[in-house]
Design a protein around this ligand. Structure first.
Ligand code: BES
Ligand code: MN
Ligand code: ZN
Length: 507
């Protein structure tokens, strides 16, 4: 999508998007965009309540179209309200749209800065709303969303003085690029595991990384054990495919001295049957989403590079499926790990923490990281605790927890903190190995999983684990059934913007 910023009145030929809060007055719109009176807007606004997710279409005498897009109450709208309304409008209006549209936001913005913020949110929502499920239907791609692709255009009609146009255009570019990365994340999560094998996911990482000149290294097959990644190798024993251990590095072109180095680890289980501790079929059906952590990490690497974010990133993504075979690892097996610690397997369905253990101890040994984040569809227990409204956050650092919460609220991708008290670690005691992979108690499963991961972080003081089992895959306007959400790309964009290089050095 090409993006332009102009002053004056919208072009006659293009569709016009007019987002409105519940309390936006006609007089305000008429003052900023007088040409809209031709659409009978004053009368229409007595009917249209501008509730979030609602749209209405008005026509002028020449057949031009004006789409009213409800944002809800201004207070509750914020970034995420605007984002969601735009996304839902893009899906609802869908095929009837033209490939050229104008977007009007100046009537809602008291300043150029506010307008840039609204632009970012709206464009982000619009672009992610051009996503289509059905990539594997016979006629896939035959009717892409009109606003998808290079030929489409969006013109922002701004009443700000032209000196601000560059800021507004760059806010739009930001929303656009983040939206594209989210669509890629959704696509990966939606792709089933017979198509998205571990080697396939490694190829995706290579391709995305190489597009942006990032360094991509992948260990696979024999290189996994040769590199002492024994926990990943154990989970991989039941698989038809070689495990992959993806490492990607990103540095902005003119990295400022103050740029912190952030490590990202993502759980890449392409399918989780539970292994020999097999899942029920109802629980197994959704498990193509078990590489959701990997997808958000890869998607954020993409977003960071295209936006040239001022942070240095190292991403590690261990990838395998968790299947059943004569060679599969078994409950009671004692396996090794990169850290040197041995692990007693209580349950082969607690496999994500095993591959993350190797990812975390490998990345903390090889790199001096100022921050360390991992993303994983790790436990049903966290979903039972807080449902689908937030990811579970686990970190020893109070200031980092606050920064993550703020970023999550801003992004509309909320996180909620759980404790990491030592009481929970006792349950991971094994008599025969250094640690066991399951607490064995029917309580606090999300926390004991996080306590297990903590063992492998080399006590990194600024580590945060995000359990995204409830948010990576869910109901949406894109289809009738659950699908990938793209959750986390926006959160990481907001979060990394808040991070500074800590004075106390690294871990
Ligand atoms: N991949 C699952 C967790 C999951 C659950 C992801 C729901 C997405 C939606 C994970 O590997 C798993 O199986 N967790 C078990 C842990 C248990 C065996 C300790 C769970 O949550 O039941
Ligand atoms: Mn599992
Ligand atoms: Zn899993």
């Amino acid at each position: 999508m090409k993006i332009f910023v102009n002053s004056g009145n919208p072009e006659q030929a293009a569709d016009i998007f007019l987002p409105l809060y519940t309390d936006t007055a006609y007089s305000r719109i008429a003052e900023v965009y007088p040409a809209l009176s031709a659409f009978g807007l004053e009368r229409a606004l007595t009917d249209f309540r501008a509730e979030s997710g609602k749209t209405a279409t008005l026509y002028n005498a020449e057949g031009g179209r004006l789409f009213l897009i409800g944002l809800g109450k201004p207070k509750s709208a914020g970034f995420s309200g605007v984002y969601r309304a735009a996304r839902s409008a893009a899906v609802q209006l869908g095929k009837q749209l033209q490939p050229a549209a104008s977007l009007l936001l100046s009537h809602l913005a008291g300043s150029a800065e506010a307008e840039a913020g609204l632009t970012d949110a709206f464009v982000n929502g619009l672009v992610s709303g051009t996503y289509q499920l059905g990539s594997w239907k016979e006629n896939a791609g035959s009717e892409p969303h009109p606003l998808d692709g290079e030929e489409s255009s969006l013109t922002l009609i701004s009443a700000q003085s032209p000196e601000h146009f560059e800021d507004i255009a760059s806010a739009a570019r930001r929303g656009h690029l983040i939206g594209l990365a989210q669509k890629q994340v959704m696509h990966l999560v939606n792709m089933p595991s017979n198509l998205q094998t571990p080697p396939f996911l490694a190829d995706v990482a290579r391709e995305w990384g190489e597009n942006h000149g990032q360094k991509v290294t992948v260990f696979s097959g024999d290189e996994i054990e040769a590199n002492q990644l024994f926990a990943l190798a154990a989970v991989n024993r039941g698989s038809e495919y070689p495990a992959q251990f993806i490492v990607m590095e990103y540095e902005p072109e003119n990295a400022p001295e103050s740029a912190p180095t952030v490590g990202l680890v993502g759980k890449g289980i392409t399918f989780d049957t539970g292994g020999l501790s097999i899942k029920t079929s109802a629980g197994m059906y959704f498990m193509k989403c078990d590489m959701g952590g990997a997808a958000v990490v890869l998607g954020f690497m993409e977003a960071a590079a295209s936006l040239q974010l001022p942070v240095k990133l190292v991403a590690v993504v261990p990838v395998t499926d968790n299947l059943i075979d004569a060679r599969s690892f078994k409950p009671s097996d004692i396996i090794g790990s990169y850290s040197g610690k041995t692990i007693e397997i209580m349950d082969t369905d607690a496999e994500g923490r095993l591959i993350l253990a190797d990812g975390l101890s490998w990345i903390t040994e090889k790199y001096e990281l100022d921050y360390l984040f991992d993303f994983a569809t790790l436990t049903g227990a966290t979903v039972r605790a807080i449902g689908y409204a937030a990811a579970g956050m686990f970190t020893p650092d109070d200031a980092l927890a606050a920064a993550c919460s703020e970023a999550g609220d801003l992004a509309g991708e909320r996180v909620w903190r759980f404790p990491l008290w030592d009481e929970y670690a006792d349950d991971l005691h094994s008599d025969v190995a250094d640690v066991r992979n399951l607490s064995g108690k029917p309580v606090a499963g999300g926390i004991s999983a996080a306590k297990f991961l903590e063992v492998f972080t080399r006590e990194h003081p600024r580590w945060a684990h995000f359990d995204i089992a409830g948010v990576a895959f869910g109901e949406s306007e894109f289809g009738k059934h659950k699908n990938g959400t793209g959750w986390g790309v926006r959160l990481l964009t907001e979060l990394t913007a808040k991070l500074t290089k800590p004075e106390t050095g690294t871990n």
